[in-house]
Design a protein around this ligand. Structure first.
Ligand code: IPD
Length: 267
């Protein structure tokens, strides 16, 4: 019901703002080098763990029957029809570690595998992006929309290197950078947060965001925020697009105005 949606949204925003205070406090401390790593290229900090524990505790207290998929605990990795909170305590952990202010907490909520709530909050720049399945996306309370950019020479395209450095992945990245640069796109960015890439696409700062390798918690909130801002979100590979799949390990999101120029050339 509409009332339930409002309750979920205000809960998610409240939790994101409080999580944001934890992230900002840690971010304001001097940069250190003694954080953990999930792999050589994938950092994880005490703050990731503390923020996730905080968010999971809030969810368990308020909605004990709901499922949770969290990046650091991955207590549940199977995405079911059940009401499910999908949480990334810090998306952009490498930026956080380097004290680059492009990191965010991402909270998505799905029921019957439908995206109901999406909240992405960057506590350093104090920007809160939100959407529900029945309302349009907002940034700090103001409605947002994807851009109307329709030519590549005006387009800003964002992608990510990610932490997988296999030969196949590196080749894929380089092939696609080549395609974009040869097609004279205005700019190419790797900003280090999948969730913020989607949020920036939703509010018209970016025109395309694509990546191979993101996880459900990087995507769950952002996919709804892009769609409710008028953007297209797909899965798949270049020249081989399919309906968006949360667990599919890829994302291709863009403003529909650019579809004609993009498809078959860059994507
Ligand atoms: C990662 C970031 C990165 C993207 C990876 C994500 P994390 O999330 O969003 O930009 O390339 O795919 O997993 O580890 O910082 O939460």
């Amino acid at each position: 019901s509409a009332q339930a949606t409002e309750q979920y949204l205000s809960f998610a925003k409240d939790v994101a703002l409080e999580a944001g205070r934890m992230i900002r406090k840690a971010f304001e401390q001097p940069r250190v080098n003694n954080y953990g790593r999930k792999s050589a290229t994938d950092p994880v900090t005490e703050t990731d763990h503390a923020v996730e524990a905080y968010i999971l505790a809030r969810i368990r207290e308020r909605f004990p029957a709901h499922k949770v998929i969290g990046e650091e605990s991955a207590s549940q990795t199977v995405w079911t029809e059940q009401p499910t909170w999908i949480v990334d305590p810090i998306d952009g952990t490498a930026n956080f570690v380097h004290r680059i202010p492009m990191c965010a907490v991402s909270i998505g909520f799905t029921v019957n595998r439908e995206y109901i709530i999406g909240v992405i909050y960057n506590p350093i720049l104090n920007e809160l992006f939100e959407a529900t399945h029945t309302s349009s996306s907002k940034l700090n309370g103001q409605p947002i929309h994807v851009s109307d950019v329709h030519d590549l020479s005006s387009a800003c395209i964002s992608t990510e290197g990610g932490s997988d450095r296999s030969e196949a992945k590196i080749n894929w990245i380089l092939t696609n950078l080549n395609r974009m640069l040869n097609n004279q796109v205005q700019c190419v960015r790797m900003m280090g947060s999948c969730a913020l890439n989607l949020a920036y696409l939703a509010c018209g700062r970016l025109d395309v965001s694509y990546e191979r390798g993101p996880h459900p918690w990087d995507l769950a909130a952002g996919v709804l925020i892009v769609r409710r801002a008028g953007g297209t979100v797909l899965s798949g590979d270049f020249d081989n697009h399919s309906d968006f799949e949360l667990t599919g390990g890829s994302v291709l999101a863009y403003t529909p105005a650019l579809a004609g120029a993009l498809l078959g050339n860059v994507l």
